[in-house]
Structure formats: C-alpha cells, structure tokens
Design a binder for this molecule. Structure first.
Ligand code: GRF
Length: 219
C-alpha cells in the first residue's frame, strides 16, 4: 500500500468522532494514520481519550492567544511539526480565517450533524424536528471559509421519528457520524474522490446505483 496519509484531528470537546477515526485508523489496511490531536480547549474530554489511546496531543488555548491569527499560526506550526497531510475537524468549535482555510485548501475536512446545506450552524436537531423533515443526517465536507460550506464528500440520512427530542435524534445521528467519518476519510485519502470546484465527484461511481432512499420505507 502507498504510504499512509498523516491526519491531524482538531477537537474542542467530547471527541467521539475523533475516537471513531482513531479506531478505524488502527486497521492495518486503513489508508490514513492519526498523527496528532489538537484542541483549542485544554479541558476537552477528547484530549484525555486521545492520550489514553496513545496519540500525541496538544492544547492550544485560544483564550491565551493574542488574536485569531496568532492562534492559527501556532495551530499551523503544530500541525506541520507532526508532518500532517490532512486536517480532520471533529467537533472543533473555532471559526477559522480565510487565510488558514486557504493554507489547507482541499486538505481540511469537517463533519456536521445535518444534511447540508440544510441546517448549517448550531442546534441542528432541534431545528430539524421543528421543520418537520422526515430525514436528517450528517455530512462530511471539505472546509471552505464560509461556515459549514464546501464540497460535500459523503452524507448519511437518518430518519426523524415522531417522538424524537433533540437528544434522541442527536444520538441516532451521532451513531451515523461515527460510521460516516472514517468511511469518507478513507475514500478521500485513497483517491476515490476528485474535487472539482465546489463539488466532490466519484469517478468510479459505485454508490447504490443511484437508487432513492425512502423514509418511511417502501416495503
Ligand atoms: C458532532 O455532532 C459533530 O458533527 C459536530 O460536533 C459534534 C462533536 O461531537 N461538529 P464529538 O466531539 O465528536 O463527540
């Protein structure tokens, strides 16, 4: 196998998506390895989980940085010091400047808990329930400077059930996130996806033969 791409994971909190990437990357045939985990919050639970999994961790407290540029310069230098090829944001709650995003253009991924471009921003599950959609889900996309935008690499659709609360729906979506992110990252680093402007294309399209996904299902 070609040499593995080195991934730096950015977190701010719990780190459950980070752990799903770490677990996937343990497989010998996974095309990426986790080089480091960086948090902008020193108390992030995910930092302790990553250290427990034997990974190098760094915390760069944005509150101690002079400004956004200084924070990002330190973040950039840290990622480069670990030989990172690709950045995976996983619950990283910091807005990034256009300059930082450009430095990692087409090399920075994010996971968002909705079917983008619907429900950008926060409180996605409460808003999906209020809107009455029958399917919501999660999206892995390339990061662009506008929040929650950029070429969509992969999505998982998750049904919204009548009695759902934001918590119950969030848990169902999170399960899907944990499967989608390692899958999308693997496809991306193995070259199955080509970025053409603002679209991600699958030149060897082999996805579901284009069949629609129904909810409720048609038996
Ligand atoms: C996830 O729902 C992710 O989609 C969003 O923030 C949450 C992070 O959760 N960006 P975790 O830290 O990965 O557990």
């Amino acid at each position: 196998m070609a040499s593995k791409k080195r991934v730096g994971i950015l977190i701010s909190g719990r780190g459950s998506n980070m752990m799903s990437l770490i677990a996937a990357a343990r497989a010998a045939d996974y095309p990426a390895e986790i080089a480091c985990v960086v948090s902008n919050r020193p108390e992030a639970e995910g930092l302790f989980k990553a250290a427990g999994a034997g990974l190098p961790t760094r915390s760069i407290d944005h509150k101690l940085s002079a400004d956004r540029e200084a924070f990002e310069a330190e973040l950039d230098a840290t990622l480069r010091s670990f030989g990172v090829d690709l950045v995976a944001c996983a619950g990283f709650m910091r807005l990034m400047t256009a300059g930082f995003v450009e430095r990692w253009r087409d090399r920075m991924l994010n996971i968002h808990p909705s079917l983008l471009p619907a429900f950008k921003g926060l409180d996605t599950h409460a808003r999906a329930i209020a809107a009455g959609v029958k399917l919501t889900g999660c999206t892995v996309h390339i990061v662009r400077s506008e929040v929650d935008s950029g070429p969509i690499l992969a999505q998982a659709a998750v049904p919204v059930l009548d009695g759902d609360t934001p918590e119950s729906l969030g848990a169902r979506v999170l399960d899907a996130e944990h499967r989608l992110y390692p899958h999308a990252l693997s496809l991306f680093v193995s070259g199955a996806i080509r970025i053409a402007g603002e679209r991600a294309l699958y030149p060897q399209a082999r996805i579901n033969q284009g069949k629609p996904l129904f909810w409720p299902p048609i038996e």
